[in-house]
Ligand binder design. Sequence first.
Ligand code: CA
Ligand code: CA
Length: 254
Amino acid sequence: MLNARKFSSIQLFTRIAISVSILIFISVPLSFSGEILDDFDDGDTEGWERSPQNEDSKSFWGIEKGNAFVTFDPKGLVWSEAISQFNFTGEGLKVGDPSKWTDYDVEVDLRHKEIANFPGGVRGRVDLETGSHYVVWLYPGSAKMNLFSNPGWDINTGLQNHGEAPYKPEVDKWHTVKLSFSGTTIKVFYDGKMMIEAKDNQYKSGTVALGNQDKIVDYDNVRITGPDIPNFNASAVEPQDKLTITWGQIKSSF
Ligand SMILES: [Ca+2]
Ligand SMILES: [Ca+2]
């Protein structure tokens, strides 16, 4: 009897140990949260592309004169020709499928070049097929920001206002703008302070984009974090693949 009782105690202990291990195993993936960072310090915009709206206009989107940030310059075009977005497609990068991203934060550093409407803002849950999205749109000339949703690339196809907040615009100073998505809750932060909170269930997933209308603006340090997001640095200067190719070329030259 003593042996049998001892055995069952060991069995019980083993079962508890296995159960605890399974619980740990299950809970680890649930708490996983990754970060994609693009600080553009490698001097390229790989993984980004202009949206179909005004794709061929002369407005400039990209890294200018070796600067390590993204600039939008409408070059004096009227707003309807200048308006443009820079979408993160992740093409060529190991970031999974951005169209499946649901709950995440996207934080971007933004710098105004003048106190005038309309420099643009940050988009999230962007559907790369239809262009539907949420966006925080900044109005430096009116010292306010708005959270909008829109069913397409063109902002005149059904823009809906989900909230408005005042802010103090500044020229030539970097500030952070963040959009946060959790289920049907959408929040807007400016320099870490919550400005707008709204509920909406129209758009459930999609990538991020930098948006503009017709004023020069700079963007830097795009950080996307969340449970669907893998860890990836889009500005790693010498990715492993490039090293392998270079090494192969050196070897074959002997
Ligand atoms: Ca940078
Ligand atoms: Ca890059």
